[in-house]
Design a protein around this ligand. Structure first.
Ligand SMILES: Nc1nc2c(c(=O)[nH]1)N[C@H]1C(S)=C(S)[C@@H](COP(=O)(O)O)O[C@H]1N2
Ligand SMILES: [Mo]
Length: 327
């Protein structure tokens, strides 16, 4: 038998992940009521697959992590869940933490329609059963020049897209966030006049199907907190944070490039592509570096990397494109 030798860039569990992630890992399945159903045929297999998946992928991430990045610590859970952007719950960074409790996340269905052979409405539980869960640690870079390292739990969006069979004219995916009456911003005329809800985002179909693109249902081994976009949010690690749309209820495959919320608000500041790029400044600030949010408080800034460090997996999708124009 060949024994596999780990490469230096691969994740060392003990280095990068706090122990409690591993202890919490099963909780997500439990909380979603899946482990609770273990008497139902097929569920045991699911459970086995889910934990196996996570293990396999712990060693076989489909991207490389350079050593420098590998040593970067995770952002503490406490910070990743209290410093948020979720405008439906207010404009201040701590508004989502204080106010997102009213978000109703169960039951949750996702509608997929538009240019597909098989339009569906699928429940969160069905998606998890069908597509399994993996944990991946990604660097997250907000357009406002702060960053975090977050362990996400979810599945590749490409699996879901294949499942609905896009028609040949499907070129883009439009995503929409839920609108619920209890969301403070929906009721607040001054915010509602500024941002038109539902929050919308879009990806090119090849971007949506890239192996790095995930739909996350959890983070740090736990179910997503409401303020982070429960129960289902997009994770596209090479793009600025605003592309990572939260609390998704609809995906529509379309022919033409969709208009997204920030792009509509100010297209000179927020492009459709929004690929992380240190050489293309935001009109009001440089994007050359970023404030990493880790333990403690630090004003130290680290250099920002093209495509947030994921160029090897994604740069080919933009070959020949002028990234200064297609920002
Ligand atoms: N529906 C919705 N999704 C959203 C936002 C929002 O205001 N509403 N903010 C975006 C922005 S600007 C960022 S930086 C990330 C923040 O994700 P986090 O709070 O999990 O760090 O969510 C993105 N997704
Ligand atoms: Mo952001």
């Amino acid at each position: 038998m060949l024994s596999r030798i780990k490469k230096s860039y691969e994740i060392k569990e003990s280095l990068i992940t706090p122990e409690d992630i591993y202890n919490e890992r099963r909780n997500i399945l439990k909380l979603m009521g899946i482990l609770g159903l273990s008497s139902v045929a097929g569920i045991d297999i699911l459970e086995a697959n889910a934990s196996q998946n996570i293990q396999i992928n712990q060693n076989n991430y489909p991207y490389k992590i350079d050593l420098e990045f590998n040593k970067t610590p995770l952002t503490p859970y406490q910070k990743a869940t209290t410093y948020n952007n979720f405008y439906e719950f207010g404009m201040q960074k701590d508004d989502p933490y204080h106010r997102a409790e009213v978000l109703k996340t169960s039951p949750w269905d996702l509608v997929i329609d538009g240019e597909v052979e098989k339009p569906i409405k699928i429940s969160l539980e069905d998606m998890i059963k069908r597509f399994g869960l993996k944990e991946r640690i990604y660097h997250f870079r907000c357009v406002e020049a702060w960053s975090m390292n977050i362990p996400w739990l979810g599945f590749e969006l490409g699996k879901l897209i294949d499942f609905v069979r896009p028609k040949s004219n499907a070129k883009f995916v439009l995503f929409e966030t839920v609108v619920q009456e209890d969301m403070p911003a929906i009721k607040n005329p001054s915010i509602a006049a500024y941002i038109k809800f539902p929050y919308k985002e879009g990806l090119r179909l090849d971007e949506a199907k890239n192996l790095l693109t995930m739909l996350a249902v959890g983070m740090y081994g736990k179910v997503l907190p409401n303020q982070n976009g429960a129960p289902l949010r997009l994770v596209v690690p090479w793009k600025y944070g605003f592309k990572n749309i939260k609390s998704i209820v609809r995906m529509t495959l379309v022919e033409k490039m969709p208009i997204s919320t920030w792009n509509k608000l100010d297209s000179s500041e927020y492009g459709f592509y929004a690929n992380v790029n240190p050489d293309v400044p935001h009109p009001r600030w440089s994007q050359a570096n970023e404030r990493f949010i880790g333990e403690g408080f630090s004003f130290d800034r680290i250099p920002t990397k093209l495509f947030n460090g994921y160029g090897e997996e994604v740069a080919k999708m933009y070959a020949g494109m002028d990234l200064k124009r297609n920002y």
